[in-house]
Design a protein around this ligand. Structure first.
Ligand SMILES: Nc1ncnc2c1ncn2[C@@H]1O[C@H](COP(=O)(O)OP(=O)(O)O)[C@@H](O)[C@H]1O
Ligand code: SF4
Ligand SMILES: [Mg+2]
Length: 318
């Protein structure tokens, strides 16, 4: 765990969605972790495991069902999402969405898109906001000549830069990126990732980086959190988790990275997040190791080496 007082601390956060038949879909189930100032945390796990729900809770685009989300000492989960829109923290937590085309207003030029949060959230006068747009465009490597263009006149990489500039304009302390490179081709991804790494060093901002690309997470993050069916199954220093994953699910994920030795293929299908049996390990049925105990007793997160791992049998030496 980081030494400094955390910038963000999640305490037993839950988000359930009501689904047909009076049942509950447990998208995020009892998650606790923290992010230190200036730290970068990766969040990985297969599609549907709850990553986007989790980051939307942190950005207050969704209300929690239970739990606390403490940012800089204040519980954001206690603020209704609607009130958060005008709260001071709204500036300090900014999000970059997966697809820059969807998240940019087609009627706004790049300058207008980047300026909007400055006038709306930071209440900056127009001239000061324009000066800040020029500054932040420079930081993300967006040529001034492109600022008068509309999204359809920009390339994928340029739109991604507008999205990042827009998020950075108000000088957030936490930047959340939900699969920011998924819609970009590989050469553009590399440029955007270098840019993020440089900005983190220059501006000291904390990053919560969601990606299905483990190689990218390994390069870009200090720590990594692994989710499976709404649960946190492993969290620890990225270097350790990628070198010696302890949870059987993390082991299978890491084995899929080329050059990581034999691929561990999982049997069966992902279970259902709807009313999951509380006594059952979520990974039971797919886990290569699964034993009787795993069907009777859900594993809690516990320290294993420098990581926290939710598996009865995780061992620091294997
Ligand atoms: N508004 C919603 N209503 C009902 N179910 C939802 C809603 N949003 C997400 N879910 C469900 O929550 C689970 C987690 O989804 P999501 O957070 O989008 O996962 P990820 O980003 O990891 O792919 C999925 O089973 C998804 O179908
Ligand atoms: S507790 Fe059991 S089923 Fe769950 S991950 Fe560990 S070995 Fe597998
Ligand atoms: Mg998602």
């Amino acid at each position: 765990m980081p030494e400094a007082a955390p910038l963000l601390q999640l305490e037993r956060v839950h988000r359930r969605f009501a689904v047909a038949g009076g049942r509950q879909l447990h998208a995020v189930d009892d998650l606790s972790f923290s992010i230190a100032p200036g730290e970068s945390l990766g969040l990985v796990g297969e599609s549907g495991c709850g990553k986007s729900t989790l980051v939307r809770l942190i950005a207050r685009l969704l209300d929690t069902s239970d739990g606390r989300i403490v940012f800089d000492g204040e519980d954001l989960a206690a603020l209704p999402a609607r009130r958060f829109a005008t709260a001071a923290q709204r500036r300090e937590i900014q999000m970059v969405f997966q697809d820059p085309t969807d998240s940019l207003n087609p009627r706004f030029t790049a300058r207008e898109a980047i300026r909007e949060p400055l006038t709306l959230l930071a209440k900056m006068p127009r001239a000061a906001a324009d000066a800040r747009v020029d500054e932040v465009a420079g930081q993300v490597g967006l040529p001034a000549a492109l600022l008068s263009r509309f999204p359809h006149q920009l390339s994928g990489g340029q739109k991604a830069r507008v999205g990042i500039a827009r998020a950075l304009a108000v000088k957030p302390r936490l930047l959340i990126l939900d699969e920011p490179t998924a819609a970009l081709d590989v050469s553009v991804q590399a440029v955007v990732l270098q840019l993020l790494e440089r900005l983190r060093e220059e501006l000291g901002l904390a990053l919560l980086f969601v990606s299905h690309d483990l190689n990218v997470v390994r390069l870009l993050t200090d720590r990594v959190a692994v989710m499976y069916l709404g649960k946190l199954v492993e969290i620890g220093p990225s270097e350790q988790v990628f070198r010696a994953p302890r949870h059987p699910y993390t082991q299978s994920l890491v084995s899929a990275i080329p050059g990581q030795g034999p691929r561990i293929r999982l049997a069966g299908e992902v279970g259902s997040p709807i009313d999951p049996p509380p006594q059952l390990c979520r990974f039971h049925g797919r886990c290569p190791r699964g034993e009787d105990r795993c069907a009777r007793e859900a594993p809690a997160l516990r320290p294993v080496g420098a990581a926290l791992v939710a598996c009865h049998f995780a061992d620091p030496t294997t």
